[in-house]
Design a protein around this ligand. Structure first.
Ligand SMILES: [Zn+2]
Ligand SMILES: [Zn+2]
Length: 352
């Protein structure tokens, strides 16, 4: 029997460790994918920790229902190795990106296509074994996407940071006012958001980030203006320069400071989409909320349909690839530590 090698979580809040098991045999509509690349994401760090920061010293236990050893990694692209009896054999040998935000397939949200909302989620690398391995078992062939002619690294990362950035921005499409747009937090997801926003919106795009290097990169990559949230009285200047604030804002950081910043710079009648998960707690005076007629929406990952839309945009050449670097899969723990230390610019993609 064939064997597969995994970089597994064997204990929460501890380094990943190599485990070897028999390669699973796909049944029904399942597909076994031989992994070529898997991107490393901030959420892998949260899962390794076993908690999310709720602010005020409180933690949300995220270990519920997870059995160890567990394989992290959800930004997967590879080659179909084996298929279940209900999947056409022609799929074997084809190159695919894997959509990881898979639901139970039976509940009202899954049946409506909102698998990202499913409470019995089967998210790859989050609730079932994922991509820091030689192989992954995908529950259904429908979650495999063609990515030709895109580079394999771009295909892999599109399904997480990509679909998150795309889905968050989509929640600002068809708003009553479309005069301007603000993107806060230019990490991996935010930088992708900047690239997509130029394909999705006509209005000028402002960005904000504490890092001068990130602001400079954003200006070179299509941002009309870049703000430093740490500059004294910057919100006042932004309200003036934007003629009353921003109609739409995406907070790709998602912490107390970034949300306070978003609230202070959003226009009357504006909307903030929060997709960052840095955590903490956020308070808002009720009257300010009402006076500003403000909408705040939380957003995470995306639907299969959004994954397909985004892949179509990317395959049509409408999306600029973001900076990425390739590293050996066996070094994943080293790169987890670099990412924790804030030393990674762009995306690290692990290679088998
Ligand atoms: Zn991710
Ligand atoms: Zn479901």
């Amino acid at each position: 029997m064939a064997r597969m090698v995994r970089q597994s979580l064997v204990k929460f809040d501890a380094p990943l460790c190599e485990t070897i098991i028999d390669t699973p045999k796909p049944v029904g509509r399942e597909v076994l994918v031989r992994i070529e690349r898997c991107g490393l994401c901030h959420s892998d760090l949260h899962i390794q920790d076993g908690y999310a920061d709720l602010g005020g010293g409180k933690k949300l236990d995220t270990t519920r229902g997870m059995t160890l050893p567990f394989t992290l990694g959800h930004e997967i692209a590879g080659v179909v190795d084996e298929v279940g009896p209900d999947v056409p054999n022609q799929l074997i040998g084809t190159k695919k990106a894997v959509f990881p935000w898979i639901g139970c397939g039976q509940c009202r949200d899954c049946l409506a296509g909102d698998e990202n909302l499913c409470v019995k989620q089967r998210f790859l690398g989050v609730s079932i074994d994922g991509g820091f391995a030689t192989h992954v078992l995908v529950p259904d062939a429908k979650y495999l996407l063609d990515y030709d002619p895109l580079p394999v690294n771009q295909a892999a990362t599109l399904m997480c940071s990509g679909v998150t950035a795309y889905g968050a921005l989509k929640r600002l499409v068809d708003r009553p006012r479309q005069r301007n747009l603000l993107l806060i937090g230019l990490g991996g997801v935010g930088m992708m958001g900047l690239s997509f926003a130029q394909a999705m919106f006509k209005q000028p795009i402002a960005v904000a980030d504490l890092s001068p290097a990130a602001r400079e990169t954003a200006l070179k990559n299509g941002a009309a203006v870049a703000y430093d949230p740490a500059e004294p009285d910057v919100a006042k200047r932004m309200l003036k320069e934007s003629d009353g604030g921003f109609d739409g804002a995406v907070d790709f950081a998602g912490n107390e400071k970034s949300m306070a910043f978003a609230v202070s710079t959003v226009a009357r009648g504006g909307k903030i989409v929060v997709s960052g998960l840095m955590g903490g707690q956020f308070t808002l005076p009720m009257v300010q909320w009402v006076y500003k007629r403000m909408t705040i929406e939380g957003f995470m990952v995306g639907t299969l349909a959004e994954g397909q839309e985004l892949m179509a945009l990317a395959r049509a050449g409408k999306i600029k690839p973001t900076p990425m670097k390739e590293e050996p899969m066996a070094d994943v723990q080293k790169w987890i530590e670099e990412l924790r230390a804030g030393k990674v610019v762009g995306r690290v993609v692990l290679k088998n």
